[in-house]
Design a protein. Structure first.
Length: 453
C-alpha cells in the first residue's frame, strides 16, 4: 500500500512537472476531497497550487476543509479576498464558512463578507461569528429544513422541497410555531403514513433534544453520545430555533480536543503537529522540560541535606528511584481516572468528596500491598538493615497515599477553576509527586536513623 502511494505521488509530481493539465484533471476526478487533501501534504506550495486551480469550486472548497489549518492558510494566502468569497465561501455550509473566516485577519474577514453576493448567507455568517467558537453557537450551521406546526401535509411537502434545493444533506425536519420557537421534529415516515393530516403538529414528535447557543462543546459531545444523534437543533435563550449541529462537526471537535489533551498530558504546552517547524515544536516542548530541570535541581538540594544520612546508611540511596517512580505512577493513574470521568460525564464536581473518599480507600489498598511487598523483599534480602527496611516500607506507604489524594484533588480543582484537567495527568503531577515523595522519604529515613541508629 505504501509503495502504491509512493508511486502515485511520483506520478502526480511528474504530471505537475510537465504541466499536463488534462492528465492532472483526470487523476483528480477519481479522488475524494479528503484524499486530495492528504496528497497536498506531500507537495510543496507551488505544486499544491497547480492542482488546486484545476478543481471545480465545490470540490476545491471541500478540499480546503479537509486540510489542516497550516496548509489551508498557505493556500488561502495565495488567493484574493474576492476569490475566497466567490470560490470558497459561496460553496460551503455556514458553519464551515465561519471556520474558514475565523482563521483570517479581521481586515480580510470584512472584505470577504463584502464580496459575498448572497446577502442572507453573509448575514448568517456574521451572526455566527458573534458566538464563542467553543460553544454550540460557534459550531452550528443554519442550513436545515424548518416547517410550521400549523401547516397541512401538502403545504409542508411543498415547502420541504423548496428548502431542500439549497441543502446538501438532510438529517431532520424541525417544527416551529409562529414565533419560530422549536416545537418538535417531523419524521419523514409520517408523509407516507399520514398523507392527509390536517396539521403537522398532530403527527410531530414533541420535546426534541436541543441545546442552547452558549452550551460548551464538551457538553455537546456527551449529548450526541448519550442520545445517539446525528444532528441536534440549537435554540436561543427564549427557545427560538437558530441552527443545528451535525455529528461530523462534533466528531471533528472531539478529535481536536483529544489531541490537545493528549499533548498537554505529555508535557507539550501548545497545539503542534509532526510537520510543524523545528522552532514551533521546540517552543511547545521546552517549558515543561525546563520545569523538569528545575525540579531535578530541587531534588538534588533535598538529597544534599540528606548526605550525612546516606553516608551512614548507603543502602537508602538504592530505593530513591522506587519511591519517586511509584509515586508518579500512582498519581498519574488516579488523575487519569478522574479526568476520564469528567470527560465522559460519569463524574461531576458535586461528587468531589465521594470520589476523594473512594480514591482514598483505593490508595489505602494499593499502599498496603506495595509497602508489604517491599517490606517482605527487604526482610529477605537485607535482614540486618532494619533502618532501610522500615524507611522504605513506611515511605512507600505514605507516598502512595499522598499521590492518590493529589491525583484526585488536582484535576477536580482545575475543572472547578475552568482549567483543562488534562494538565493533571502530565508532567505536573509527575514532578509534584517526585519532589514530595523524596521529601517524605528523607523525613521518614531521618526519623528511623535517629530512633534506631
Amino acid at each position: 500500500m505504501k509503495d502504491n502511494r509512493t508511486d502515485f505521488l511520483n506520478h502526480i509530481k511528474d504530471i505537475i512537472l510537465r504541466h499536463d493539465v488534462d492528465a492532472a484533471k483526470k487523476e483528480l476526478s477519481d479522488l475524494h476531497p479528503a484524499d486530495i487533501a492528504e496528497l497536498y501534504q506531500d507537495l510543496d506550495l507551488e505544486e499544491a497550487e497547480f492542482l488546486y486551480k484545476l478543481l471545480d469550486d465545490e470540490t476545491a472548497a471541500d478540499v480546503l476543509m479537509e486540510l489542516d489549518e497550516d496548509d489551508r492558510h498557505k493556500l488561502l494566502s495565495a488567493m484574493s479576498t474576492e476569490d475566497i468569497a466567490k470560490q470558497v465561501i459561496d460553496h460551503l455550509d455556514t458553519d464551515d464558512a465561519v471556520d474558514i473566516i475565523q482563521e483570517l485577519d479581521e481586515e480580510d474577514r470584512d472584505e470577504i463578507l463584502a464580496h459575498i453576493d448572497d446577502v442572507e448567507q453573509a448575514g448568517d455568517i456574521l451572526d455566527l461569528l458573534r458566538y464563542d467558537e467553543d460553544t454550540a453557537g460557534g459550531l452550528m450551521g443554519t442550513e436545515m429544513i424548518v416547517v410550521n406546526e400549523n401547516w397541512s401535509m401538502p403545504q409542508c411537502i411543498q415547502e420541504m422541497r423548496k428548502q431542500a434545493e439549497d441543502i446538501e444533506e438532510i438529517y431532520y425536519v424541525y417544527v416551529v410555531d409562529n414565533d419560530y420557537k422549536l416545537k418538535g421534529v417531523f419524521p419523514l415516515q409520517k408523509m407516507i403514513t399520514h398523507p392527509s393530516v390536517s396539521k403537522i403538529k398532530h403527527v410531530m414528535e414533541t420535546d426534541p433534544v436541543s441545546v442552547k447557543t452558549d452550551t460548551p462543546v464538551d457538553d455537546l459531545t456527551l449529548d450526541f453520545e448519550k442520545y445517539d444523534l446525528v444532528a441536534m437543533p440549537v435554540v436561543d435563550s427564549i427557545g427560538r430555533l437558530v441552527g443545528q449541529i451535525t455529528v461530523d462537526d462534533v466528531m471533528d471537535e472531539a478529535r481536536e480536543q483529544s489531541e490537545r489533551d493528549y499533548q498537554l498530558a505529555s508535557g507539550i504546552s501548545s497545539d503542534v503537529d509532526a510537520d510543524d517547524s523545528i522552532f514551533a515544536q521546540t517552543k511547545a516542548r521546552i517549558p515543561w522540560l525546563l520545569i523538569g530541570i528545575g525540579s531535578g535541581i530541587l531534588a538534588s538540594l533535598i538529597l544534599g541535606g540528606f548526605e550525612s544520612q546516606l553516608h551512614a546508611v548507603t543502602a537508602l540511596a538504592l530505593f530513591i528511584p522506587i519511591i519517586g517512580g511509584t509515586g508518579g505512577n500512582v498519581g498519574v493513574q488516579a488523575s487519569a481516572i478522574v479526568v476520564q470521568g469528567l470527560a465522559n460525564g460519569s463524574l461531576e464536581l458535586s461528587q468531589f468528596a465521594r470520589q476523594l473518599g473512594k480514591e482514598f480507600l483505593i490508595g489505602l489498598l494499593n499502599a498496603s500491598v506495595l509497602s508489604g511487598v517491599i517490606l517482605i523483599y527487604n526482610l529477605i534480602v537485607m535482614p540486618s538493615q532494619l533502618i532501610v527496611t522500615l524507611s522504605v516500607a513506611v515511605s512507600l506507604f505514605c507516598v502512595v497515599m499522598f499521590a492518590t489524594v493529589l491525583g484526585t484533588v488536582i484535576p477536580l480543582t482545575l475543572e472547578k477553576l475552568k482549567i483543562n484537567p488534562a494538565l493533571a495527568t502530565g508532567p505536573f503531577i509527575q514532578i509534584s509527586n517526585d519532589i514530595v515523595g523524596l521529601m517524605i522519604y528523607v523525613a521518614v529515613a531521618t526519623f528511623f536513623i535517629h530512633v534506631i541508629g
